[in-house]
Write a protein that binds this ligand. Structure first.
Ligand code: FE2
Length: 245
């Protein structure tokens, strides 16, 4: 039986990652998976990336926010997001990332996979065949059926929706651990999951645990970032619904 810690959508919220570290003890896992979106919307992108750089058991991929930060650093124009407060968060991140952490992000793939025994496990930010698609628990069953049929994986670990879920469709396991660092459901607690895999059994369990939200708010204030983000972290919800994350 192998134990895998599933993390994703951290969004530079290192206080939440630390809370998971203290609770779940990552050294006791065979692997630590990160489904992407290390960066943007909180002020600890370097601490977050360093944590994974130092963890030799980690399997990490890029999310949409990370890809955008890398595009800014290449000198490309930022077309989206359009909202000024979001653009401020992107530019703050690209200005503050250490070169060693930029290089690490550049080294990461858009998706990854690994095998445990005869079980093939894929890691995606969005969907297996469309990295920008957000799969929600209420996405039509036929979509999950198609993914189950078209992909070679028995387990899909995904992020992007910031909604934790676990469903088994046509024998294929779809797991989203939820967001470590940017909650949308009004529950302030950080979200993660634990996956157990052997040749006989595949099972996943979700966890929500408290973390020091005020540390995130302090980081935002110290860097004079838009007040709207302090409000969002305090209520664990988006204040506008116009753009995907
Ligand atoms: Fe995200």
């Amino acid at each position: 039986m192998k134990k895998i810690l599933l993390l994703g959508d951290i969004h530079a919220n290192y206080p939440a990652l630390e809370a998971i570290q203290n609770y779940a003890r990552p050294d006791q896992f065979d692997k630590v998976v990160n489904t992407g979106d290390f960066t943007v919307y909180s002020t600890f992108p370097n601490e977050t990336i360093q944590w994974f750089r130092k963890n030799k058991k980690s399997i990490c991929i890029l999310g949409n926010t990370d890809k955008r930060v890398l595009r800014i650093l290449k000198g490309k124009k930022l077309k989206k997001p359009k909202k000024e407060e979001k653009r401020i968060m992107y530019f703050w991140t690209s200005d503050n990332l250490l070169p060693v952490n930029v290089n690490y992000l550049k080294s990461l793939p858009k998706h990854s996979d690994f095998t445990i025994g005869n079980i093939r496990i894929g890691v995606f930010h969005g969907a297996f065949d469309n990295e920008s698609e957000t799969l929600f628990p209420n996405t039509p069953e036929r979509r999950f059926r198609k993914l189950a049929k078209d992909s070679p994986y028995q387990v899909h670990i995904m992020g992007h929706s910031h909604v934790p879920y676990y469903k088994i469709v046509d024998g294929v396991h779809f797991i989203n651990p939820g967001s470590v660092g940017r909650m949308f459901d009004g529950d302030l607690r950080t979200s993660f999951a634990i996956l157990k895999v052997s040749s006989e059994i595949i099972e996943a369990e979700h966890f929500r645990i408290p973390y020091p939200v005020e540390e995130v708010i302090k980081g935002l204030k110290e860097n004079q970032l838009p007040d709207i983000y302090a409000k969002k972290y305090r209520i664990g919800k988006k204040l506008n619904q116009t753009e995907p994350e």
